[in-house]
Design a protein around this ligand. Structure first.
Ligand code: MG
Length: 299
């Protein structure tokens, strides 16, 4: 059954969904901050510098991806053989999985493709994410594959397991996204392999930028063996993007981590960040920074 919500809960969920919309690469546009360019004499301080530097240059980052995809690969065929095995959350499994074609479901950004050059540009220009220059980056089709994912997805495709990409890239970026995926050697069976933001799903109430409806669509055709993402929203619908709500969303599925669900690290952006300042991107930067500092543990 599709997820059904009462009117009041739906209103709350919509509010939460909108409020928890990921800053990037979601649909919420915000004006770019004035961009003092980097110069030879100095670069404006940017809170994201270390996070971007780590994700782009630390071999430890690459090794986490490699070990994740390698581990998943060693488990994949056993999951396929187990006819009871399914990796969709109960709210997303709207049709029985028995007899359906097996599939793996992957988020794209920072799960499959490495967009750290876009983040690096924001650091250099002291800019903030905005829809226009994010789309421009996507249209370059130059994002690299993250370590291990090409081997894993090719292994899956070779064993007749469908490889599906569920992304909050806008649907009108589908062609450039598919081209980028193909360029780096990822299997793309066809346009239907990409389920971007704006994919219409009959009989399902879209909540903000949440991916639940697209997972429900997948549940009608596929038994899902594994899911991969760098955000908890890649696995479950998050109705309240705060510390308690995020814990609550994942609590029923902790046993699935590392077998059905594989979570990858993203220190540079994600719903974890606005959860620290009530999802209020309209608050002045200094206020958001203060709330983040207040959210740290000191003991
Ligand atoms: Mg992502």
């Amino acid at each position: 059954m599709p997820l059904r919500l009462s009117a009041s809960l739906l209103a709350l969920a919509l509010l939460a969904g909108c409020a928890s919309a990921p800053r990037h690469p979601a649909a919420v546009a915000t004006p770019a901050a004035p961009a003092p360019a980097a110069t030879a004499v100095g670069v404006a301080a940017n809170d994201n510098l270390n996070a971007v530097a780590w994700s782009q240059t630390a071999i430890e980052h690459d090794l986490i991806y490699l070990q994740t995809y390698r581990d998943a690969q060693t488990r994949l065929l056993a999951a396929m053989k187990d006819r009871q095995w399914d990796a969709l959350a109960k709210d997303d499994r709207v049709a029985p999985a028995g007899g359906l074609k097996p599939a793996v479901v992957l988020d794209i950004d920072e799960t499959v493709l490495d967009n750290s050059p876009y983040q690096a540009r924001l650091v250099r220009s002291a800019g903030e994410y905005n829809e226009a220059d994010w789309a421009e980056w996507c249209r370059q089709e130059s994002a690299r594959a993250l370590p291990g994912v090409v081997e894993f997805t090719r292994f899956a495709a070779k064993h007749d397991i469908a490889v599906l990409y569920v992304s909050n890239r806008a649907k009108d970026l589908d062609q450039v996204t598919l081209a980028n995926l193909r360029k780096v050697g990822l299997p793309v069976s066809g346009p239907e392999a990409f389920l971007g933001l704006g994919t219409f799903v009959e009989g399902c109430e879209q909540i903000g930028t949440e991916k639940g409806c697209r997972r429900q669509l997948i549940s009608r055709k596929y038994r899902v063996l594994m899911q991969f993402g760098d955000q908890i929203g890649d696995f479950v619908t998050v109705l309240a993007n705060n510390a308690a709500g995020r814990q609550r969303a994942m609590a029923p599925y902790l046993d699935w981590i590392g077998s059905r669900w594989f979570v990858l690290p993203n220190t540079t952006y994600g719903s974890w960040e606005p959860a620290l300042f009530n999802n209020d991107w309209s608050a002045p930067l200094e206020q958001r920074r203060r709330q983040k500092i207040d959210a740290l543990r000191y003991e």
